[in-house]
Design a protein around this ligand. Structure first.
Ligand code: NAP
Length: 245
């Protein structure tokens, strides 16, 4: 049996990097994208290659349909098939809606939501031909329990949750499962800005009194991909109880 192939968008840093490492550790050959941080991407690629993992690291802006198409053409040319897509690439541009630049609204929706749709669109034909595959989208607790200043991001991640359910319905006849992981606050560059001055308020809303490690989100992705075989159209929360109080 050849190894399964996974594609992870935004795999160069943070949660995406942890997902790439977890999937490689589970025996996947991995293609991942980055948009700006080539140094981090090449370092990760080197680490995987040193472990003997077949790996492709390519620049791709998920907000651009042309860039996404070119990325998946190169991945499919290299690996011939894609078994798992993890839509992880994402950005925040927090601010109050009344004064938010239109650019921040558009970029957040385009990257988090449209980018996810565009990547799904590229892998679905191949997965349908294979009569099998798995898609895991990275949502956010913000879709259900947004903080102040997250209207653009919460709308995008709410869209990702709805897309997850809609695509699960569309693709289940072809044996393709579609699920999402909705992280709470995870220790990455993205959350550093969010935590900022709100640290005490956020900590008081957590039942588990610490932030998640990226590896804990990667573990949930791996579960949905490899073990949760009777799950589709679901959003798995991994948020330390942030949603509850
Ligand atoms: P991060 O540390 O900021 O890393 C973001 C990753 O996405 C990087 O690899 C970055 O590439 C890539 N990326 C950004 N814009 C992109 C674009 N237009 N096209 C392709 N790749 C792009 O973020 P993170 O905290 O790991 O977040 C990963 C995912 O988890 C996001 O979807 C985020 O919304 C979600 N999430 C995070 C948290 C949290 O607390 N951190 C909580 C809930 C959900 P470069 O390295 O090249 O810049």
């Amino acid at each position: 049996m050849p190894n399964k192939t996974a594609v992870v968008t935004g795999g160069s840093r943070g949660i995406g990097r942890a997902i790439v490492l977890a999937l490689a550790g589970a025996g996947y050959q991995v293609a991942f994208s980055y948009v700006r941080d080539e140094t981090a991407a090449m370092e990760l690629r080197g680490q995987l290659q040193a472990q003997g993992v077949e790996c492709l690291a390519l620049q791709c802006d998920v907000a651009s349909a042309d860039s996404v198409r070119a990325f998946f053409e190169r991945v499919e040319a290299h690996f011939q098939r894609i078994d798992l897509l993890v839509n992880n690439a994402g950005i925040t541009r927090d601010g109050l809606l009344a004064t938010m630049p239109v650019k921040d609204i558009v970029e957040v929706i385009q990257t988090n939501l449209v980018g996810t749709l565009l990547c799904c669109q590229q892998v679905v034909p191949g997965m349908m031909r294979q009569r099998g595959g798995c898609i895991v989208n990275i949502g956010s607790v913000a879709a259900q329990k947004p903080g102040k200043g997250q209207s653009n991001y919460a709308a995008a991640k709410g869209g990702v949750e709805a897309l997850t359910r809609a695509l699960a319905v569309e693709l289940s006849p072809r044996n393709i499962r579609v699920n999402a992981v909705a992280p709470g606050i995870v220790k990455t560059e993205m959350s550093t800005a969010l935590i900022g001055s709100q640290e005490e308020e956020i900590q008081s809303r957590l039942l588990i009194k610490r932030y998640a490690e990226p590896e804990e989100i990667a573990e949930a992705v791996l579960y949905l991909a490899e073990r949760g075989l009777y799950l589709t159209g679901e959003v798995l929360p991994v948020n330390g109880g942030l949603k509850m109080p």
